[in-house]
Design a protein around this ligand. Structure first.
Ligand code: SF4
Length: 184
């Protein structure tokens, strides 16, 4: 069994909805060997093979798998987090056990949308990045014409939580992000 156990280690407020939470769970061992097989059988994943991350989109929620931990976003409560983690554990183990019958997919899969990025920017359209609006910045960023570090306000304490989620999403999609700001 690739994933025998997990433990919720952090629960944080969700940015999109203050009544929801963001959950980080450490997993036993390393689970990255299942990622290309999960990427082959699930629709709409974002896979970053060099960084060993796989983001799964399901029912409007985002689950990001790392080699040794899992992040769940837009979660109702710890009960829902437990249900999703049980689902993920079974999915990861079943997929890995059946890997001989699955053609692994190492492609990046779904691309990030400008709107996904825009929702996590400060949203003040302060123009400090040189763009007229945050949406214009998001469009350029998704097209890889500007770097996330050009949004100075995002790196202030006020936007720490938004920054954590956005940098994790960008990292999972293969964008360059300052490693000192990434979650463990
Ligand atoms: S610097 Fe950041 S907050 Fe200001 S307009 Fe650009 S993207 Fe928006």
């Amino acid at each position: 069994m690739l994933l025998s156990s997990y433990k919720i280690t952090r629960t944080l407020p969700c940015l999109a909805d203050p009544e929801k939470i963001r959950v980080i769970a450490e997993v036993s061992g390393e689970i990255y060997e299942a990622f290309p097989y999960l990427n082959a059988i699930l629709k709409g994943c974002i896979y970053n093979h060099p960084a060993l991350t796989l983001t799964i989109k399901k029912d409007g929620k985002l689950f990001t798998l790392h080699a040794q931990h899992i992040t769940l976003a837009k979660i109702e409560d710890e009960k829902e987090a437990e249900e999703i983690l049980i689902w993920l554990k079974d999915l990861i183990n079943d997929t890995y056990e059946n890997r001989d019958r699955i053609e692994p997919n190492f492609s990046k899969g779904a691309e990030l949308k400008a709107l996904d990025i825009f929702k996590l920017l400060p949203g003040t359209s302060c123009k400090k990045c040189g763009e007229m609006t945050c949406l214009a910045f998001a469009v350029k960023l998704v097209g890889r014409d500007i770097e996330i570090t050009k949004c100075d306000p995002l790196f202030s304490e006020k936007y720490q939580e938004k920054r954590n989620v956005l940098l994790e999403l960008l990292h999972a999609a293969g964008f360059e992000v300052p490693s000192e700001f990434l979650n463990p």
